[in-house]
Design a protein around this ligand. Structure first.
Ligand code: KG4
Ligand code: ZN
Length: 346
């Protein structure tokens, strides 16, 4: 079964062609037109500009994905998958209406996919699970899933492909959002996450002792706004920031986020005794987080650790295609039954 997947929930116009044969999934193409240059000057995503850019890019990106996908033509596609939410409504509508139009013209089935489900399924592909290795085992159930992205931070218990329950989520900022806001305070370029991780490499993670919020609580919720405010006060107190101080703030902030994420994940692993633990979402591109979480989970001995290949960490359409491949066929429907839902829940 060949799947054409489309993702336009935020600021990446993305399309991918994947093939499912039995339990094996292959990614034939994973094309992403990033809007970073457009939003850079605003220091964040400008929703109206994002929708316009999606409108311009959607046709070339889908064409490119089909071309790279082993010269697949739309008529060779068996299923169309599209992100229906959560996300920016103007952005979602471009991808959803494009996918619906394709389904209408071709008569092919279509399936709407939750963006967060897409992030979860970025770990459900065997090829290059870790950047350098070739084929890895898939996560086993029950699995603890940590989604860390720009719009979302949450811990989930996945008992099967049909049973995913939320354990906790952020009460305020998402982890990626905190990275982006702290990057602004340090005058680093947009998007903030990768900029922080770069300067953090040269900094001392113990130089500043930023707060690790919510660790004394019994639940699995997160909060990152206090940490962001602590960084704000520190920068105000210091005034002029030298490069060394910026490096140390970035490293200390990053370490605080990592400590919070690891502590909550290990607590969930202790309570639910999973066979696997999965990290996913844009912040899972962070090298230190990947390494430190891998080490922490390795210490549990009986739990396997999974993290997506770099190309599937930040928003992409391949993960939407993989999620679609794992859906029950009863979810495959017709163009008139699929709609965007900006506030969709997992
Ligand atoms: O999953 P994603 O592409 O979009 C959403 O669904 O929100 O995540 C984007 C987020 C941004 O906040 C970005 O700063 C963060 O992921 N990010 C990183 C890194 N690369 C991207 N955060 C920390 N370290 C990175 N290397
Ligand atoms: Zn995302």
């Amino acid at each position: 079964m060949k799947i054409l997947a489309i993702e336009t929930s935020c600021d990446e116009t993305a399309a991918a062609v994947i093939e499912k044969s039995g339990s094996d999934i292959k990614i034939f193409s994973n094309v992403i037109a990033s809007q970073i240059p457009i939003h850079k000057k605003f220091g964040g995503v400008f929703p109206e500009m994002a929708s316009r850019a999606h409108t311009e890019k959607i046709i070339p990106v889908v064409k490119e994905a089909l071309k790279e996908g082993r010269s697949t033509k739309v008529k060779d596609i068996d299923l169309i998958a599209v992100t229906t939410g959560p996300g920016l409504v103007g952005s979602l509508l471009i991808g959803v209406n494009f996918a619906k139009t394709l389904a209408y013209i071709t008569g092919k089935p279509i399936v709407g996919i939750n963006h967060l489900l897409g992030h979860i399924y970025s770990n459900f592909v065997r090829e290059c699970q870790m950047s350098n290795s070739k084929r890895q085992n898939l996560p086993q159930f029950p699995s603890i899933i940590l989604i860390v992205s720009g719009g979302h931070t949450g811990l989930y218990l996945m008992k099967s492909h049909r049973e995913i329950t939320i354990l906790g989520e952020t009460l305020d900022d998402a982890a990626g959002e905190a990275f982006d806001k702290v990057a602004k305070l340090l005058d680093l370029s947009y998007p903030g996450g990768s900029a922080i991780s770069q300067v953090a490499q040269k900094g001392d993670p113990e130089f500043f002792n930023f707060p690790r919020s919510m660790l004394d609580r019994k639940d699995y919720d997160f909060s990152f706004s206090g940490l962001k405010t602590a960084v704000l006060y520190e920068t105000k107190k210091i005034g002029e920031l030298s490069q060394k101080i910026k490096n140390d703030i970035a490293a200390s902030f990053q370490q605080a986020v990592i400590d919070i994420l690891i502590a909550k994940t290990l607590k969930a692993a202790d309570e639910f005794q999973p066979k696997s633990t999965c990290l996913c979402g844009g912040v899972s591109a962070n090298y230190e987080l990947r390494e430190q979480m891998a080490q922490a989970v390795k210490n549990l001995r009986t739990v396997s650790f999974h993290v997506p290949p770099m190309s599937l960490t930040t928003d992409n359409a391949a993960m939407i295609g993989i999620a679609a491949a794992y859906q029950d066929q009863s979810k495959y429907t017709t163009f008139d039954k699929v709609n965007a839902d900006a506030n969709a829940k997992l």
